[in-house]
Design a protein around this ligand. Structure first.
Ligand SMILES: [Zn+2]
Length: 61
């Protein structure tokens, strides 16, 4: 179930530039910043699941 929810979020990120506010909060796993702060958020699949990173921290992984 967790993976399905994460996949739904990922698809929303890929398909829609703007995330609907009704969706689970999309924010960086590291710093907690999100689209509202002017950051682009990217999802990355790790061993423990899909994690979201801002543009800064995504490149640091
Ligand atoms: Zn970050």
């Amino acid at each position: 179930m967790m993976k399905m929810q994460s996949r739904t979020i990922l698809e929303k990120i890929n398909n829609n530039h703007e995330i609907q506010s009704s969706v689970t909060i999309v924010e960086c796993y590291v710093c907690g910043k999100g689209l509202a702060d002017g950051h682009s958020i990217s999802a990355k699949t790790l061993s423990n699941g899909i994690v979201l990173f801002c543009d800064v921290h995504y490149s640091m992984q």
